[in-house]
Design a binder for this molecule. Structure first.
Ligand code: C2E
Ligand code: CA
Ligand code: CA
Length: 281
């Protein structure tokens, strides 16, 4: 059959093979890399659009690889999800982000930004999640209300009830739950009614079109989509953050539309903790 031929060919595709070897190497060395401190976090400001105040910081992981150089998360997060390494890596990210959040809490008090941490699908299904989060908060002394977890729609939609229960438990502790890349996943929004969600993050792909004009009129459609997502969030009593804000014009439009917060290069690129310190000092 045709598909058999394809599968055999794929098996002997040298380029594909090289890629697989590289992926395997990356995956296999991840636990030791955590031990050796090769991962670090950059923090990107989350800004209130009405007055430009820094309100939060999203932790974004990077891998300073001794051979391959600086690796962006796109290079290893998907892989870590496939192999399950995302669970220990995600645990490290959470602990490191909370360690930093505690420093901000001590230094800036009520002005300290909340910390927002990405949670992979696999982590949201990990039975130890709630206990892990509780322990990290207790160990680092970070108030639960200062932690936000970002989950994609696929992470909360799941088949089983466990992630749902985990989210309820986390929410009951005071942890905030955000839906990441909102609008790019499921069109069935029913889950928003029975999940303890606090924030919707609108994917940058919708924000991109928020410019004064485009030859094909696509900006009109994008503005309507963003407007609708913001209305939806507010109708459900949720906060809403726009990602990928790159220009002042976009920030203005988003504020006009009623979007609460923004994140993007216009405000600041992801950077070391010191960038946040400077913004608050
Ligand atoms: P994300 O959660 O949607 O994070 C936002 C991404 O948009 C970041 O890419 C950020 O650098 C980028 N970005 C921020 N502002 C702008 C802008 O104005 N324009 C454009 N074009 N891009 C902007 P980054 O750091 O490469 O992260 C990529 C993805 O990797 C993240 O997407 C997230 O899904 C994942 N990721 C990062 N850190 C972690 C982590 O600790 N755990 C998990 N599970 N996933 C992570
Ligand atoms: Ca995110
Ligand atoms: Ca996102």
């Amino acid at each position: 059959a045709k598909s058999d031929g394809k599968a055999k060919w794929a098996l002997f595709d040298p380029e594909r093979n090289a890629r697989e070897v590289a992926r395997f190497t990356l995956s296999a060395t991840m636990p030791a890399a955590i031990e050796r401190g090769e991962f670090y976090l950059d923090y990107q400001p989350l800004v209130r659009l009405s007055d430009g105040q820094l309100v939060g910081a999203e932790a974004l992981v990077r891998w300073r690889h001794p051979e391959f150089g600086l690796l962006a998360p796109d290079r290893f997060i998907g892989l870590a999800e496939e192999t399950g390494q995302i669970v220990p890596l995600g645990r490290w990210v959470l602990r490191e982000a909370c360690r930093q959040a505690r420093l901000w809490q001590d230094r800036f008090g009520s002005r300290a930004p909340f910390i927002s941490v990405n949670l992979a699908v696999r982590q949201s299904r990990d039975p130890g999640l709630v206990a892990d989060v509780a322990k990290v908060l207790a160990d680092t002394g970070v108030e639960a209300t200062r932690l936000q977890l970002e989950l994609t729609e696929s992470a909360v939609m799941g088949t089983a009830d466990e992630p749902l229960d985990a989210l309820r438990a986390l929410s009951a502790m005071g942890v905030r739950i955000a839906i990441d890349d909102f609008g790019t996943g499921y069109s069935n929004l029913a889950y928003l009614r029975h999940l303890p969600v606090h924030e919707l993050k609108i994917a940058g792909s919708f924000v991109e079109g928020l410019r004064a004009s485009a030859a094909d009129g696509s900006h009109v459609v994008d503005a309507r989509i963003v407007g609708t997502l913001v209305s939806l969030a507010h109708a459900l009593g949720l906060g809403v953050t726009a990602e990928g804000v790159e220009t002042e014009a976009q920030a203005r439009r988003l504020d006009d539309i009623g979007c609460d917060s923004g994140q993007g290069w216009y405000f600041a690129r992801p950077g070391p903790p010191d960038q946040i310190n400077r913004l608050l000092s």
